[in-house]
Design a protein around this ligand. Structure first.
Ligand SMILES: Cc1cc2nc3c(=O)[nH]c(=O)nc-3n(C[C@H](O)[C@H](O)[C@H](O)COP(=O)(O)OP(=O)(O)OC[C@H]3O[C@@H](n4cnc5c(N)ncnc54)[C@H](O)[C@@H]3O)c2cc1C
Length: 224
């Protein structure tokens, strides 16, 4: 998996604070106004900074989940206009670590590859032959999110309940953003840490990773 930050709003915090300052007749403060807006729910100002990523070596299973995030822009490698002969594919760790499962997985992929290529060779258009392609098939996608959407994406997809591949991609997106603007790290967190220092898990007991107390426990302790 490769995640590249291909473009972004220069000085994103200043861009956000410049917009927010219009509301308060103030001047950018180096992060104070932005933090205040974030904490108070004035989130529309976070839309004034954009981040574009190029993502490759991920599965179609991942991108199907990614594009459910509607407040973003996408451009994905087409399986109609590009052919996928000899496609690369993602192998989950749960399969890679089991010799038998891995052999079964690889041999099935090889059968699919052969059938796909046979259909193309017989004149079937790529848009129809692709019906055979697996979720594991690697793809490339460009995604642009503003900071508000990126924070929401991280809240959902850095959570231990998110699927491992999209969680890994979210982690790499955060790494790339924090490299250019370290002060954004505190906002690009799983939802359990979105209200730090008051961290709590909103998942059920059986799904919670245990990193933070369950919201029910926090609330009942406070009301006792
Ligand atoms: C752990 C996990 C498990 C999941 N499991 C499933 C599953 O089993 N099946 C499934 O179908 N999906 C599943 N999803 C996907 C999930 O339901 C969302 O589609 C996805 O996370 C995108 O979230 P979103 O709609 O909040 O984001 P976005 O589409 O980016 O929207 C961001 C925010 O904008 C606002 N918004 C956007 N569009 C509208 C609208 N039309 N009306 C009102 N407000 C809007 C909302 O506040 C929303 O939170 C899962 C997601 C996660 C993280």
């Amino acid at each position: 998996m490769k995640v590249e930050l291909i473009s972004y709003t220069p000085n994103p915090i200043e861009a956000i604070e410049r917009a927010a300052s219009t509301c308060y007749d103030s001047m950018p403060t180096g992060g104070k106004i932005m933090r205040h807006c974030y904490r108070s729910g004035h989130h529309s100002v976070l839309e004034f900074a954009d981040f574009s990523f190029k993502i490759s070596g991920v599965s179609r299973a991942l991108t199907h989940q990614l594009v459910r995030h509607r407040i973003a822009s996408y451009a994905q490698r087409s399986q109609r206009y590009c052919t996928e002969d000899g496609f690369e594919y993602v192998t989950p760790r749960s399969i890679a670590k089991d010799e038998q499962a891995l052999a079964r997985y690889n041999e099935t992929i090889e059968v699919i590859k052969k059938a796909y290529e046979d259909l193309l060779a017989n004149g079937v258009p790529a848009e129809d032959a692709r019906m055979l392609l697996p979720n594991a098939c690697c793809t490339q996608i460009c995604v642009k999110m503003n900071l508000r959407a990126l924070i929401h994406f991280c809240n959902e997809r850095l959570c231990a309940c998110a699927q491992w591949e999209i969680r890994e991609m979210a982690r790499l997106m955060v790494k790339a953003v924090v490299e250019v603007e370290p002060a954004l790290a505190e906002f690009l967190v799983p939802k359990c840490e979105a209200h730090a220092p008051h961290s709590f898990c909103t998942e059920s007991k059986s799904r919670s990773c245990g990193r933070h107390p369950l919201i029910g426990d926090v609330v009942s302790k406070k009301s006792n």
